[in-house]
Design a binder for this molecule. Structure first.
Ligand code: PNS
Length: 166
């Protein structure tokens, strides 16, 4: 193996919006790999709360002081994107057993599509094991507090969105 070659990981997802669980995984990944690219899927949901541009801009802001964390959006097959960015690792977070089945399917499909790319699962800190973007959106939409579960910048953008929509 070329020891001079950087170890690059991609951390793909919808990130609608980025949560502190995602941030926790990204920071762990940033310690393990030379570079970690937060790869935001452009068309994950038909009706996302935040546009891909808004999601990229929030993540850029959150990681502005972390030079080995990059943020981009992508379309198409994840393995094609990973190859394009010369990433040899796909990072995914595992919160609970319930995540495992789908994650296993994705990891094995990605292995079939891109045999040289390895999926690495990482566990977030315990306090984030129940946090998901879907629940954050639901709680916030119903007026519940999400402080401490998402970065402050994301909370601000959620508030702006609610003010604009009301
Ligand atoms: O945050 P999510 O919604 O769990 O992320 C899912 C994501 C973006 C990782 C997955 O949908 C994906 O990789 N989509 C890109 C298209 C693709 O490569 N599909 C085959 C993967 S098995």
């Amino acid at each position: 193996m070329n020891t001079l070659r950087e170890r690059v990981a991609v951390y793909p997802g919808s990130f609608d919006p980025l949560t502190n669980g995602h941030v926790d995984i990204i920071l762990r990944g940033a310690r393990l790999f030379d570079r970690i690219i937060v790869a935001i899927l452009r068309n994950a949901e038909k009706n996302p709360l935040f546009s891909p541009e808004e999601r990229v801009s929030m993540a850029l802001d959150v990681f502005r002081e972390h030079p080995n964390v990059e943020v981009e959006s992508f379309e198409g097959l994840l393995v094609d994107y990973a190859e394009l960015r010369r990433a040899s690792v796909i990072v995914r977070g595992l919160r609970a057993v319930s995540d495992f089945e789908f994650e296993l399917q994705m990891a094995l499909m990605n292995r079939r599509l891109g045999p040289d790319i390895e999926t690495v699962f990482m566990m977030p800190a315990e306090q984030y094991t129940y946090v998901s973007s879907r629940l954050i959106k639901e709680v916030f939409a119903l007026g519940g507090p999400v402080a401490g579960l998402v970065p402050e910048m994301v909370e601000e953008r959620l508030r702006e969105k609610r003010a604009r929509n009301s």
